[in-house]
Design a protein around this ligand. Structure first.
Ligand code: NAP
Length: 285
């Protein structure tokens, strides 16, 4: 039976630390501020944005929402980013994805001032992640690293397998594991012998987006299994990529979905907003 990695508990610790440091920053006259931009009426995006706003309020971070209609033009969106870039009391800018069809998400991300890019999606910050010189941690992968560290398992020298190579999860995840001195393999839809490769992993991170994808026979006994996936099963129930009932008896440590990686992503966003406020006011990092 695996030990359950409690993402809510680990994220609560990170959030408490951020709240304390936010108080200290406020005492120096700076209140961290986050602007969240949402375009259109995607129901999942609405939930994510509400959760981010609530988490900011709980940590004492100022947040404001810019909810734009689905027919917003690229130019209008870029103008808003430009305005937010210039506002001193806004330290972090987050554009909730996905954007409605017809809007160029990459161009919007590139318009964000890299110092305010709290998602760490801008090419400048992606480059920093490659170099291991982080200003901002990529939120979901950084949350995964915290979860792995919470188990006490040392990443150094371990076989780490990441399934998925997206720009927001898989690739930065692989980089962070590499910077922790893991031996990293990245798998994707063209990977051959996926099951065999996964079974060699001391640390297995799945970021595919398919329910029931990682089965029990793909898990090495005693492995740390981190499930980034957020999917709906046949009954509409929230689930990850990992077939939990099969993997849990084999793994050493495993994250549940919900209650695993999800809460960590928001905690890391708060941490980045605090970092941004400090940097922009030359009060450390
Ligand atoms: P994505 O952009 O769709 O990437 C999925 C990756 O999985 C791709 O690299 C794809 O390979 C790979 N893949 C698909 N089918 C595969 C197969 N049969 N075998 C091996 N690899 C396969 O998704 P994402 O944005 O990275 O997100 C992944 C999951 O994480 C989603 O469920 C998402 O909702 C969730 N997520 C959760 C959080 C959180 O806070 N918990 C945050 C972000 C994302 P190719 O590159 O070859 O197509």
């Amino acid at each position: 039976m695996a030990v359950l990695i409690d993402g809510k508990a680990v994220s609560a610790k990170v959030k408490a630390q951020v709240a304390q440091e936010t108080e200290e920053l406020k005492a120096k006259g700076v209140c961290p501020g986050l602007a969240v931009v949402i375009v259109g009426d995607d129901p999942a995006s609405r939930i994510y944005v509400n959760n981010k706003k609530k988490a900011c309020a709980a940590a004492g971070i100022y947040s404001e929402e810019h909810a734009l209609p689905g027919d917003t033009t690229q130019e209008e969106l870029l103008d808003l980013i430009d305005t937010l870039n210039k506002r001193e009391e806004i330290h972090g800018i987050l554009v909730q994805s996905p954007l409605p069809k017809g809007l160029d998400e990459a161009a919007v991300v590139e318009k964000i001032d890299p110092q305010k890019d709290v998602d760490a999606f801008h090419a400048y910050n992606v480059g920093k992640i490659m170099q291991g010189k982080y200003t901002f941690l990529p939120c979901t992968p950084a949350g995964v690293i915290e979860l792995i560290k919470s188990t006490g398992v040392d990443i150094c020298g371990k076989q780490c397998v990441v399934i998925g190579r997206s720009d927001i999860v898989g690739k930065p995840m692989a980089m962070l594991l590499l910077h922790e001195n893991g031996t990293v393999t990245v798998c994707h839809s063209r990977t051959k012998n996926l099951g065999e490769i996964c079974k060699s992993a001391d640390i297995l991170v799945s970021a595919v987006g398919k329910a029931h994808f990682v089965t029990g026979d793909m898990v090495k006994p005693g492995a740390v299994v981190i499930d980034v996936g957020m999917n709906r099963d046949e009954n509409g129930k929230l689930c990850g990529d990992v077939e939990f009932s099969e993997a849990e008896p084999v793994a050493g440590y495993i994250t549940p979905v919900p209650g695993g990686v999800g809460p960590m992503t928001i905690a890391m966003l708060l941490k980045n907003t605090l970092t941004a406020a400090r940097l922009q006011n030359r009060l450390g990092s």
